[in-house]
Design a protein around this ligand. Structure first.
Ligand code: F6P
Length: 340
């Protein structure tokens, strides 16, 4: 068997562990050759690939980023993109691809239904259906939690409101889990528009009755109830996605203005995606990488592998690409979550 391997979309911790798992399993168990394409689908369209040997993936389980590089390029968005993918399959005599990616990559795969692909879910946002967790999410939650812990002590010393903006696009998973783990007083998620007046009241009440500091976790995709606060439109990135960021500053400014309290904003940004994966992501990446290759060996294409509970499952790529998996109301409405 000859397999093309690529990583697409934003990087995250655990990608290299997945690459390592695919290459080792191909070499040790399946007898397949793996060709690595650089920079996601861009490399496939350019048609240049290098064979990935067992030696090249040595020591990768703990290394952040992706040795293959990544991009958000989607073949279906250029006039001859899909033809070039087909040409690459023919030139390299590939049986198919294993594409490790997030929502954008799964969308790119779904737009090429006749190209044999198996998807592996990765993204710190955790917004991919068909799996409980995507590779990288648990690491991002761990990093965000540790940073919130650090804000806690300085907030307490200075009696300030510390607003902490976390990533996640239109899904509040990082905000929810890091917010709960970091004992945030308020958590604002994209799934539930917030009322800044209620947030201000809650913070003020806490200052009067409990402690004179607060931690407010804001997901970058959170938005106010329409008409309650001005939020400028976000610029679009090269793939047409809104480039989020900045809602935390607006919340901090509003809280200072409404309750006269000193507030500060910390935007965690790309540190949530950098560095070494936690053990959970190393294990998940290894299991999903092996599972993807097993499906390929059985000739099952057009699916994404995932893990639900402790069970490895597959779902049609078209299904998982249809919509992001956001935080359900059963979770954001828990009393401990304190959405506003
Ligand atoms: O999808 C992962 C993610 O880190 C989001 O949480 C964030 O909004 C976005 O990517 C940032 O993208 P970029 O790396 O292009 O700034």
């Amino acid at each position: 068997m000859r397999i093309g391997l690529l990583t697409g979309g934003g990087d995250c911790p655990g990608l290299n562990a997945a690459i390592r798992a695919v290459v080792r399993h191909a070499h040790d168990e399946i007898g397949a050759t793996v060709y690595g394409f650089r920079d996601g689908w861009r490399g496939v369209m350019e048609g240049t690939a290098d064979e990935l040997t067992r030696d090249e993936v040595r020591g990768l389980v703990s290394r952040g980023g992706t040795i293959l590089g990544t991009s958000g390029v989607q073949p279906s968005r250029t006039s001859d993109g899909i033809d070039r993918v087909r040409e690459t399959i023919a030139v390299h005599r590939l049986d198919g691809f294993i594409a490790i990616g997030g929502e954008g990559t799964m969308g790119a795969c779904a737009a090429m239904p006749d190209v044999p692909i198996i998807g592996v879910p990765k993204t710190i946002d955790n917004d991919i259906a068909g799996t409980d967790h995507s590779i990288g999410f648990q690491t991002a939650v761990q990093i965000a939690t540790e940073l919130i812990d650090r804000l806690y002590s300085t907030a307490e010393s200075h009696q300030r409101v510390m607003v902490c903006e976390v990533m996640g696009r239109s899904a509040g998973w990082i905000g929810l889990e890091a917010g709960i783990a970091g004992a945030a007083d308020v958590i604002l998620l994209p799934e539930h528009p917030f009322d800044i007046e209620l947030v201000a009241r809650r913070v003020k009440q806490r200052m009067l009755e409990e402690r004179r500091f607060s931690i407010v976790v804001v997901s970058e995709g959170a938005s106010p109830v329409p008409g309650t606060m001005d939020v400028p439109d976000y610029p679009l990135d090269e793939n047409g996605w809104p480039r989020l960021g900045g809602i935390g500053s607006l919340v901090a400014r509003e809280l200072a203005a409404r309750i006269g309290v000193e507030s500060r904003i910390t935007v965690l940004g790309h540190v949530q995606r950098g560095g070494s994966p936690v053990a959970y992501d190393r294990v998940l990446a290894t299991r999903l990488g092996i599972a993807a290759l097993e499906e390929a060996a059985r000739g099952v294409w057009g699916v994404m592998v995932g893990m639900i509970g402790q069970r490895l499952v597959t779902s049609p790529i078209a299904e998982v690409a249809a919509a992001p998996r956001t935080v359900p109301e059963t979770l954001w409405s828990l009393p401990q979550v304190l959405c506003d």
